[in-house]
Design a binder for this molecule. Structure first.
Ligand code: MN
Length: 129
């Protein structure tokens, strides 16, 4: 079963995302702040991380930078959840190690499908090179 670390400070969003993930057979792990997200990413080594950008302590960008500095986290697929995706943001997100981003509001009907698309894309990229 795939384990998904959800880093999100909004409780309603957290509940919604975790509910949908469970319904599709994923095991969610919750973190409500950036630092908690970094700690759980390193301790739990999830398969996937959904990372909110606006968090109460450090930003999602900083959190991912810290996660990617640790050895053996490169395999974790990290997707941003953002309410603002301006032109420069996408580049910045890719630079620090995100592999995709979803814009808020999250659509519970398509989020799992969207995650699986990014997983498939990564697998194709790996076999192609
Ligand atoms: Mn937030």
């Amino acid at each position: 079963m795939k384990r998904v670390l959800v880093v999100e400070d909004n409780e309603n969003n957290m509940k919604l995302i975790c509910l949908v993930l469970k319904k599709h057979g994923y095991e969610p792990i919750q973190a409500f702040t950036g630092r908690e997200g970094v700690d759980k990413a390193i301790e739990e080594r999830p398969d996937i991380i959904l990372m909110d950008i606006q968090l109460p302590d450090i930003s999602g960008l900083e959190a991912v930078e810290q996660i990617r500095m640790v050895d053996d986290t490169q395999e974790i697929l990290i997707i941003a959840i953002t309410s603002y995706a301006m032109s420069g943001d996408r580049e910045k997100m890719l630079d620090v190690g995100f592999e995709g981003y979803f814009e808020k509001p999250i659509d519970p009907l398509t989020i799992v499908e969207d995650i699986e698309k990014i997983v498939k894309q990564r697998n194709n990229d790996n076999t192609g090179s």
